[in-house]
Design a protein around this ligand. Structure first.
Ligand code: CO
Ligand code: CO
Length: 299
C-alpha cells in the first residue's frame, strides 16, 4: 500500500503498477438527471485526479426510490455518468442499485498513477504557494436552487464548473512539481486546507481577497442560502483557523462552503506557477505556506 485511508484516494501497488481507488456518492445538486449523473461522475473521478492519477474504470452505486420516480430517471443519471467518464477516457463496467428514500448516485473509480509522482494531501513545504483551480460558492448556489431563489439557468455557470474535470489541472500540477494536492469538496476550502497542514510545523496563509468566487454567491449568502454543511464546517474549524479582526460570518461561511466537484488545492514551489501560466487551466494563487504550527491563517 503506497497511500492508505485519509488521503483523497487509496493507492496500492499491484504487479508493479500503482492503482488508485476511491468511491464517492452524492444526492442531486441539479434538477436534470443526465446533468446530475455527469456531475456526480466528475466529482467521483476528482479524487483520482487529486492523487495525480487518471481514471480507467468505474462502478456505479445508486440509491433509488422506485415508487417515486420512473426507471428512466436512473437511466438518464447513468447516461450522464457514462458521458462524463467518456470525456475522461474511462468506462463504466458495472454497478449496484438499491431501494432508498432519496436519490443517491456516485461511482467507485479505479485509476492508475505514476508511483513516483503521487500527489498526496501532505507534503507542502515552507515557501510554497497555494493554487486553487475552480472558484468557490457551488454549495451556496445549489442550495439557492433547492430553495427556489435561483433557476437552473441562473446556476449554469456553477454547473459548467461542476462538469469540469480536474484532469488538466492535475496534469499541470504534476508537471509543475506540486508538493501536495487535494480536491476541495465537502469540507470547504478551509477544511481541506487544514487537512493538508494539520499536524505539521507549517501554516497555510490564505489571502481572502484573492479567492475566486462565483457570480451571485454573495447575493445568495445575504438571502440566507447557506448550506447546513458550511455551518458544520465552520464549527469544526474553530480554534484551528485564524481570521483577521472584523472578518464577517458571511465570509467565513463562504470559505467553508462545501463544494461538489470543486477544484484542486495545490501546493507548489513559486517557480512552478509559470507552468500554470503557460497552460490553459484556470488557476489563482490564493496563499502561501510558511513555518508554523499546523494552522490555517486567513489574511
Ligand atoms: Co478528495
Ligand atoms: Co473524496
Amino acid at each position: 500500500m503506497l497511500v492508505g485511508p485519509g488521503d483523497d484516494a487509496g493507492v496500492h501497488l499491484i504487479a508493479g503498477q500503482a492503482v488508485v481507488e476511491t468511491v464517492d456518492v452524492i444526492t442531486p445538486v441539479v434538477n436534470d438527471p443526465f446533468t446530475f449523473g455527469a456531475i456526480s461522475a466528475t466529482n467521483s473521478m476528482s479524487d483520482v485526479y487529486a492523487m495525480g492519477g487518471w481514471p480507467l474504470t468505474a462502478l456505479a452505486v445508486a440509491g433509488f426510490p422506485s415508487c417515486d420516480y420512473e426507471p428512466i430517471v436512473l437511466k438518464e443519471i447513468i447516461r450522464g455518468a457514462v458521458a462524463a467518464l467518456k470525456r475522461a477516457g474511462a468506462v463504466l463496467i458495472g454497478g449496484h442499485s438499491f431501494e432508498d428514500n432519496e436519490i443517491k448516485f456516485g461511482l467507485s473509480v479505479t485509476g492508475i498513477v505514476d508511483k513516483d509522482n503521487i500527489l498526496r494531501v501532505g507534503g507542502a513545504v515552507a515557501g510554497d504557494v497555494l493554487i486553487l483551480t475552480k472558484p468557490l460558492g457551488i454549495g451556496i448556489l445549489t442550495t439557492a436552487l433547492k430553495g427556489g431563489k435561483l433557476s437552473d439557468a441562473d446556476i449554469s455557470h456553477a454547473v459548467k464548473w461542476m462538469l469540469t474535470l480536474n484532469e488538466a489541472a492535475a496534469v499541470v500540477a504534476v508537471g509543475a512539481g506540486a508538493t501536495a494536492c487535494t480536491d476541495v469538496t465537502g469540507f470547504g476550502l478551509l477544511g481541506h486546507a487544514l487537512n493538508m497542514v494539520i499536524g505539521t510545523d507549517l501554516d497555510f496563509v490564505i489571502y481572502n481577497d484573492r479567492v475566486p468566487v462565483l457570480e451571485r454567491v454573495n447575493e445568495m449568502i445575504d438571502a440566507g442560502m447557506v448550506p447546513e454543511g458550511a455551518y458544520h464546517n465552520l464549527r469544526y474549524l474553530d480554534g484551528k483557523v485564524e481570521f483577521p479582526a472584523g472578518f464577517t460570518e458571511e465570509h467565513k461561511l463562504l470559505l467553508s462552503d462545501p463544494q461538489t466537484s470543486g477544484g484542486l488545492l495545490i501546493a507548489v514551489k513559486s517557480d512552478g506557477v509559470s507552468v500554470f501560466e503557460k497552460s490553459s487551466v484556470f488557476f489563482t494563487v490564493i496563499g502561501k505556506v510558511e513555518k508554523g504550527s499546523g494552522k490555517v491563517n486567513v489574511a
